[in-house]
Design a protein around this ligand. Sequence first.
Ligand code: SF4
Length: 240
Amino acid sequence: MVSMKLKEDLKSSLTGTILEDIKIVIDKAEIHRHLGYGRKQHPRSRISSLIDSQIHKACEFIKPAAYYTIKPITSLDNSKISVGELVFTSHKLAQVFSGCSQAAIFAVTIGEGLEKEVAQLTKSRAVLEASVLDAVGSVAVEKAADWLESVIKGIAATNDDKVGWRYSPGYCDWDITQQKELFRGLDSKSVGVNLTDTCLMVPRKSISGIIGMGKSCNTFSACRLCSRKNCPHRREEFTQ
Ligand code: SF4
């Protein structure tokens, strides 16, 4: 594991909170998974050394930042959740958010430096180096989102609230086009994340989403209520 610089810096924006210099711990095993290795498979020593060197290289390029804002859940029906002024449409989300009273909406990014370096390596035909660095970036942004989730959990705990799972537009029946609605409630530009007309985030190594909060918040995933047993995206066993 390699620890990157730890320094928490809180700033407030008009509608939410910006966090910078986020703690990211990169686990090599997760990079192996992103590169297609199975749980019991290990890369050869040359690839393992390359992974180590690309993790160290990534430290130069990764500039994590996060933004979140917490809004009340004002109404909820079979397939719609109103969070402040935002309306999200998803039957699965409505099911799991049924016990939540608030929701944190967020965007995290590792900035554009790493993907520019990946593009440069690809251009100079260093394809293996580019692929490994790209995998490090994917793990890093997931870790930044995990870190933000732990911050939200800490905030909820001060009020004896629980938090639910983290969901992003594009998950299950939550259409990717709902990124536009989510971004309507985010001051994402303050952390340098923009949305294209086709709902892709720039920088690419960014994650946006929603986390439910509340005393009766469901702490299981929507997958637990879903009978599609062989779904490749399943996050939890079906138990109904
Ligand atoms: S199992 Fe698949 S289809 Fe069912 S809720 Fe989970 S991700 Fe969605």
